[in-house]
Design a protein around this ligand. Structure first.
Ligand code: 6R9
Length: 672
């Protein structure tokens, strides 16, 4: 790698950002990167020195086996060390750095009238109270706690309280259905569920307690439900003895199981000694879609995740003490875990925590919030940018966005139009756009520009972060040098990489390590250009990415196939202006079932109810038959082309019945 002298148009870092940046130019990046690979022990040790260790490590900073042919895959960071995540992200700032009065979060509710400021000291006290409540409910080190909460401060309190007492949190995005919640509770065998009465998203009221009740009921259908206590935040309304009563919401109450948050917190002490954990003790499980349909419980552990989220946050957003940072993700996704909670708090940062949606009560809400809190670092997703682009420049012109210094994106490849708009209109041509590529599994950014160092190319996640060694392989597992396109893999671990699939190490190895022994396989395609820039080309497995949310074809197909009229379903992605990708579903109906608008609506609802609104299909097409190989495998490649209106099908010789393709293609426009 050299300093790029590209023929492509490069967007260079602005001088004023370079003046006091942590990594002020590209040569510094190269130098630090080289050191991080040549001497990872020294590199990560220096990072670890910033944090509090109750006991120092006895093992090396990183120990691993990435080669399945040589034995079980493992990754360990700082073996023997004892620490606590919560202590490092809260107590350390309050007790050792005198930051107790600093604002940790500006919470902004769904309605602009609701807002709250939380200092580090307040956050610490509330987390301790919550930790004591969890303990009183019987939660011990190693126990799992499922959290089904909207973007309210209690979500942060609860996750950090778990970290404090060594419980493993499993956050389930509050847009998921009762079915999805149930599946995740059952897999984790959580003993406690933390939820809220309800939440408004824009004008829509979602009855979270009712969904939780349904989920717990479903969990209890086959075996006794693992959840014995349910802690309920009264977010919407004053309550009565029989539950919450707000205009539209009456929450049933199980007096043996359910507990109001406020009542439980009221007399809970504000001090709670942290549980000193081993460096490799689990911190959390977060479920992500897997290609077989059953979600995978991605497990992250304590020390490595702390080092990695902290360092990436510091460098990728070039964090400084007076920053006001805002990441618009939901804490229910990995982006919220790493870059709303752990990374920013590990740095003592001030963040905005936003409950609402970008277009409520008006389409300028994001810009209004940036002005209100004087946000200078802003991190969002391409899907949000594309949605806001639709409304033109006018909504932005009403607000003062001059505080902005750095913009970031995550979740999917960003198309050039969206990049340009983000850079020119939101950032007013002044703010670098850090296009951060990473995954639930990677724990933190792995390919990303550094804002004051990396010349940008719109649409490229540019170069690897420190300690990360990417390479590109062809189908035969051969490494490709120079300009190339193929599978994106990593040759060695970094501290924040996942450690296993919860209770299923075999699945961990087969999903990520078996295809190319010696490498972690991301599942993404990637191109390296002549200047060494990396460009993610999208998933190469059967995964879909709708508005930055990953889901597997298999889980949507399973939902469709549950409808009594459907005999078989195959789902593919097709480009969508706002969502990036949307779902095009081919359904084969059972004999004598009729394909009509009513059925289409039923099927859409079915998927929505089973998985959640984000998975609602855009197109359902009647498929008298599906293109299959002789061995019966559906050829999604062909369906994808049909959905995208592409005609060059290439080799169809492996198909059992090639005529099927013609029929489906000719009926494409009837998809509804
Ligand atoms: C953080 C997160 C991971 C998948 C990943 C890739 C896609 C994420 C991207 C990107 C291109 C980027 N992805 N960031 N593709 N450029 N900057 O999104 O985690 O939900 O696990 O999704 O998202 O396909 O493999 P997760």
């Amino acid at each position: 790698m050299v300093v790029p002298e590209s023929q492509d148009k490069l967007f260079h870092p602005p001088d004023d950002l370079q003046k006091d940046a942590h990594v002020p130019d590209f040569n510094s990046y190269l130098e630090i990167y080289r050191k991080s690979l040549e001497d990872p022990e020294a590199f990560w040790k220096e990072v670890a020195d910033e944090f509090f260790w109750k006991k120092p490590a006895t093992g090396p900073m990183l120990q691993y086996n990435f080669d399945v042919t040589k034995g079980s895959v493992y990754i360990k960071c700082m073996e023997g060390a004892k620490t606590n995540m919560c202590y490092n992200v809260l107590d350390r700032h309050v007790k050792e750095r005198n930051l107790g009065e600093k604002v940790a979060f500006h919470w902004e509710g769904n309605s602009p009238e609701h807002h709250l400021t939380i200092t580090y000291q307040q956050l610490l006290s509330r987390v301790c109270r919550c930790a004591n409540v969890l303990k009183k409910m019987g939660v011990k080190k190693g126990d799992r706690v499922s959290i089904y909460l909207p973007m309210i401060p209690e979500l942060i309190y609860t996750m950090l309280a778990c970290a404090r007492i060594g419980a493993v949190h499993s956050i389930v995005f509050a847009g998921f259905s009762s079915e999805s919640l149930c599946e995740r509770i059952m897999d984790a065998q959580s003993s406690v569920l933390v939820t809220a009465d309800g939440v408004y998203r824009g004008e829509k009221l979602i009855n979270l307690k009712q969904i939780s009740d349904e989920a717990l009921e479903k969990c209890g259908e086959k075996a006794p439900c693992s959840v014995t206590k349910c802690l309920v935040v009264n977010h919407q309304a004053p309550r009565t003895n029989s539950g919450t009563l707000c205009n539209k919401l009456l929450t049933p109450w199980d007096t043996k199981r359910d507990l109001w948050w406020d009542e439980a917190m009221a007399d809970s002490p504000e001090e709670c000694e942290p549980e000193w954990l081993d460096a490799e003790d689990p911190l959390f499980i977060l479920y992500t879609s897997g290609s077989t349909g059953k979600p995978k419980g991605v497990l992250h552990t304590t020390a490595g995740y702390l080092l990695y989220t902290s360092l990436t946050f510091k460098y990728v957003f070039d964090h400084h003490h007076d920053d006001v940072y805002w990441c618009t993700a939901d804490v229910g996704w990995i982006t919220g875990h790493s870059y709303i909670t752990y990374g920013p708090l590990a740095n003592g940062a001030t963040s905005v925590l936003f409950e609402g949606v970008p277009v409520y009560p008006h389409v300028g809400r994001f810009w209004e919030i940036i002005e209100k809190y004087r946000v200078n670092k802003f991190y969002t997703a391409p899907t949000a940018i594309r949605m806001l682009m639709k409304y033109g420049q006018e909504p932005l012109q009403k607000y003062d966005l001059s505080t902005l210094r750095i913009l970031g994106t995550v979740g999917e490849p960003i198309n050039p139009e969206a990049w340009q708009w983000y850079y020119e209109v939101v950032g007013q041509g002044r703010c670098p756009v850090v296009d951060t590529f990473w995954q639930t599994e990677t724990g933190g950014h792995v390919l990303t520009p550094l804002p004051a160092a990396t010349p940008l190319k719109p649409g490229s996640a540019t170069f690897p972060f420190f300690g990360v060694e990417p390479t590109i392989l062809n189908e035969h597992g051969e490494e490709l040098e120079g300009e190339a396109e193929g599978y994106l893999v990593f040759r060695r671990p970094w501290p924040g990489i996942m450690r296993t699939v919860y209770k299923n190490h075999e699945r961990f190895e087969s999903t990520y390590f078996r295809k190319f022994p010696g490498f972690y396989v991301t599942g993404d395609g990637c191109r390296r250009d002549k200047d060494g820039y990396y460009w993610i080309t999208g998933r190469i497995d059967d995964m879909l990415n709708v508005s930055g949310h990953l889901m597997s074809t298999a889980e949507v197909e399973a939902a469709l196939a549950q409808h009594p009229a459907v005999s078989e379903a195959a789902v593919v992605g097709r480009p969508h202006k706002v969502k990036g990708e949307c779902l095009h579903c081919f359904v084969t109906l059972k004999d004598c079932k009729e394909f009509n608008q009513k059925l289409v609506e039923e099927l859409k609802k079915q998927v929505r109810d089973r998985i959640g609104p984000i998975a609602t299909p855009d197109f359902i097409q009647n498929a008298p038959a599906l293109p299959k190989t002789r061995s019966g495998k559906i050829m999604r490649r062909i369906l994808r082309q049909i959905a995208r209106n592409e005609t060059d099908f290439g080799d169809l010789s492996t198909l059992a019945d090639p005529k099927v393709v013609e029929v489906l293609f000719s009926q494409r426009s009837e998809a509804a």
